[in-house]
Design a protein around this ligand. Structure first.
Ligand SMILES: NC(=O)c1ccc[n+]([C@@H]2O[C@H](COP(=O)([O-])OP(=O)(O)OC[C@H]3O[C@@H](n4cnc5c(N)ncnc54)[C@H](O)[C@@H]3O)[C@@H](O)[C@H]2O)c1
Ligand SMILES: O=C(O)C[C@H](O)C(=O)O
Length: 359
């Protein structure tokens, strides 16, 4: 054994203990462990501070793992109302730079959020077969409200990525909470619709016989059923589709979530593909925060692209969040008709979210 390796092993073992007091655990129970007092201070690695709210859930766990690998992250705060000690201990053993801290329960929510640059919210209940995303409103609306009230207090300048469903309503809820608190910056609040883009790229690539990494499908509107509108006329590389292909692809992309919910047969909704999509989106936000130019993603945002107050479309991201809305571009007749149907449903979902806070 090298002279220092024993000490190094001990320090590695206690790294998961460098946590808030509630998560200090001594698994050895022999009273002989090093404490944080004995550890040499680690120079702060450059990077961003990211909090995941709902970190112990089906999405939260793989999302936390993948964010721990992201070199742009220096500090990773994992918050949930259950099970964060275990998830935090587990993830903190990964030999990547981000320092991981766990926070458990409402009493620690504000500590989890203090000073964060990016907050990702996958907290809330998922669908079971036969449910719509809107059926989750009654539970998830209150969860998102509480979390956003704490964000307004502790990291009002953070970029916020909302994953909790129904996204078409939870993003307007978040906006209303921030308005009430006097901290609303529409550029910094983004509903995550990346999974629709990920699915669209995958399914279109299958039909075209291409590698999905070479395919780019804009998906606009919102994140539920007919509000999910893939713009197949704008697929890159430029491609033409038969009417049958357009109908098949639109239906499959709009119902991708339901396809997973049914396949999981009561055990929840998409978690792994969602974690992948959430990390892709969060990474884009962090690259833009760092100053990378030309970061363009689809997101559900406070929008000027249509007459609706919130709409998903391509946006350019920068150091302050959304810095530009890209125009919808020329639509096919099929897409124009679908957009009108989507707008009606979206308007209702937005109003429902706003009314939840204003009532
Ligand atoms: N935007 C999208 O594309 C997309 C995709 C998939 C799932 N979702 C949605 O994401 C949400 C989470 O899905 P999941 O499969 O991870 O569910 P899950 O039940 O596996 O995990 C949710 C987690 O949230 C936690 N939680 C509950 N109340 C909380 C609170 N007040 N504060 C903090 N954490 C709390 C739970 O303890 C749990 O760990 C669902 O609403 C689901 O519909 C959205
Ligand atoms: O379908 C769901 O309920 C989860 C998510 O919105 C999805 O699109 O997979």
């Amino acid at each position: 054994m090298e002279p220092n390796s024993y000490a190094n092993q001990r320090i590695a073992r206690i790294s998961s203990h460098l946590n808030p007091p509630n998560l200090k655990m001594n698994e050895h129970g022999d009273g002989s462990s090093l404490t944080s007092f004995h550890c040499r201070a680690k120079g702060a690695s450059p990077g961003f501070k990211v909090a995941i709210l709902g970190a112990a859930g089906g999405i939260g766990q793989p999302l936390s793992m993948l964010m721990k690998i992201n070199p742009l992250v220096s500090v990773l705060h994992l918050y949930d109302v259950v099970n964060t000690p275990g998830v935090t201990s587990d993830i903190s053993h990964m030999d990547t730079a981000a320092v991981v801290r766990g926070f458990l329960g409402q009493n620690q929510l504000e500590d989890a959020l203090t000073g964060m640059d990016l907050v990702i919210i996958p907290a809330g209940v998922p669908r079971k077969p036969g449910m719509t995303r809107d059926d989750l409103f009654n539970i998830n609306a209150g969860i998102v409200k509480t979390l956003c009230e704490a964000i307004a207090k502790r990291c009002p300048k953070a970029i916020v990525n909302v994953i909790s469903n129904p996204v078409n309503s939870t993003v307007p809820i978040a906006a209303e909470v921030f308005k009430r608190a006097g901290t609303y910056d529409p550029k910094r609040l983004l509903g995550v619709t990346m999974l629709d883009v990920v699915r669209a790229n995958t399914f279109v690539a299958e039909v075209l016989g291409l590698d999905p990494r070479d395919v780019d499908v804009p998906v606009v509107g919102g994140h539920a059923g007919i509000t999910i509108l893939p713009l197949l006329s704008q697929v890159k590389p430029h491609s033409s589709f038969t009417t049958k292909e357009i109908e098949y692809l639109t239906d499959r992309i709009q119902n991708g979530g339901t396809e997973v919910v049914e396949a999981k047969a009561g055990a929840g909704s998409a978690t792994l593909s969602m974690a992948y999509a959430a990390v892709k989106f969060a990474d884009a936000c962090l690259r833009a925060l760092k100053g990378e130019a030309d970061v363009i993603q689809c997101a559900y945002v406070d929008s000027q692209v249509t007459e609706l107050p919130f709409f998903a479309s391509k946006v350019r991201l920068g150091r302050d969040g959304v810095v530009e809305f890209l125009p919808l571009g020329p639509l096919s007749d099929y897409e124009r008709a679908s957009l009108e149907k989507a707008k009606k449903e979206l308007a209702t979902s937005v109003e429902k979210g706003v009314a939840f806070i204003r009532k």
